[in-house]
Design a protein around this ligand. Structure first.
Ligand code: NAD
Ligand code: UD1
Length: 338
């Protein structure tokens, strides 16, 4: 019998790529997603690409009744908890929405999992928990501190899960702190499909590339970095998906925290140039003021994940740019038009 993983938020950007990786590795996948920020089309495409079938439930993870029904229907071996809201600006404007959803989904899982003997959970955290630290490359031992409600929900989730695992020794938690997930499956069938104006750099670039937006605004060129623009650790979403498979395969008792990043920092302008070169397109841009809350540089020390999970990133910045562009050109309007 294949092992079965429940992916909350599995129709979303990272969840759909992880579902594909797991199905290809012979795992069974159950997805629960309320489609608040995604489309069921992503799961249909994951099924097509893998030649297998993820079971899909359109439901809110906070719905305890529905969650029980799902756990009763399947013998779940572990949960990967992607579900949550992720827009930083919106979290500042509507903090309660973020605290309610991002925390209560975790509480619902902690309440329900033990009733069905499920005691392994992998949580989607973020490099945002390092706050304004500039102590790069960032190690897991770096002090945490957040500067917006979204980031605080990530940190609070880490703390809730740690408290819960301390009180219940059979419960194992792996916390994955993602750096900047970008790119798409090389098929161009699944990818990042933000609603409205993209908040993040890569989807903004891809939309400029296909003419959906006239130019990129570069938020600040006066940072203390080699070219003055912000430096980040861009990680191909397929590498990130493989990081989840590795985290599951090598899960240990207790609470374990891992950075998932490449370990290399690239500036905004470097990414723009890499994108132009990989795809033979021009990305017009204009330098504007800094975005509040941004740090000059953030990149991972992924050594712990390299050693303990036997995982490291394999795809290059060029692969990232090619695959992101391929997804966007094949799906200029995202999943909407399918
Ligand atoms: P996403 O929005 O594409 O995926 C999240 C999914 O969760 C969506 O499909 C949404 O419909 C679903 N969802 C939200 N609330 C739900 C609920 N109550 N019940 C059921 N489903 C619900 O985002 P993503 O980029 O795939 O991110 C996945 C996780 O990783 C999130 O927790 C996010 O905070 C975290 N993360 C993302 C990034 C990033 O840059 N994308 C970086 C660090 C951490
Ligand atoms: C942002 C969030 C972070 C979240 C992460 C993943 C903020 C302040 N931080 O991280 O909490 O975990 O997304 O969702 O929102 N940039 C531009 N022009 C743009 C967009 C971005 O120049 O149109 C620059 C930014 O200033 C930054 C870099 O590109 O230097 C990357 O930005 P982005 O993709 O938004 O990621 P982060 O800011 O690292």
């Amino acid at each position: 019998m294949p092992e079965t993983l429940l992916l909350t938020g599995g129709a979303g950007y990272i969840g759909s790529h992880t579902a594909l990786t797991l199905l290809r590795r012979g795992r069974d996948v159950v997805v629960v997603d309320d489609l608040s920020n995604s489309s069921a089309e992503s799961i249909r495409r994951v099924n097509r690409l893998s030649g297998r079938e993820a079971v899909f439930y359109e439901a809110d993870v906070r719905d305890r009744g529905k969650l029980k029904e799902i756990f009763a229907n399947h013998k779940i071996d572990a949960v990967i908890h992607f579900a949550g809201y992720k827009a930083v600006g919106e979290s500042v404007a509507e903090p309660l929405k973020y605290y309610q959803n991002n925390l209560d989904t975790t509480l619902a899982l902690c309440e329900t999992m033990p009733q069905f003997g499920v005691n392994r959970l992998i949580f989607s955290s973020s490099a945002t928990v390092y706050g304004t630290s500039q102590n790069v490359p960032l190690k897991e031992s770096e002090p945490t501190g957040c500067v917006n409600p979204y980031g605080r929900t990530k940190l609070m989730n880490e703390e809730i899960l740690t408290d819960y695992a301390n009180a219940n020794k059979e419960f194992a938690v792996t916390i994955l702190r993602y750096f900047n997930p970008v790119g798409a499956d090389p098929s161009g069938e699944i990818g990042e499909d933000p609603r409205g104006i993209p908040n993040n750099l890569m989807p903004y670039i891809t939309q400029v590339a296909v003419g959906r937006r006239p130019k990129l605004y570069v938020f600040g060129a006066d940072y203390p970095t080699p070219d003055g623009t912000g430096v980040r650790d861009y990680i191909h979403v397929a590498d990130l998906a493989e990081g989840h498979a590795a985290a599951y395969e090598r899960m240990k008792p207790g609470v374990n925290v891992y950075n998932l990043g490449s370990g290399a920092g690239h500036s905004v302008l470097e990414l723009v140039r890499a994108y132009e070169e990989a795809n033979g397109v021009e990305i017009p841009y204009e330098i504007t003021g800094r975005r509040p809350g941004d740090v000059a540089q953030s990149y991972a020390d992924p050594g712990k994940a390299n050693r303990e999970l036997n995982w490291k990133t394999k795809r290059t910045l060029r692969d990232i740019c090619r695959d992101a562009h391929n997804w966007q050109t094949r799906n200029p309007e995202g999943y909407q038009k399918s």
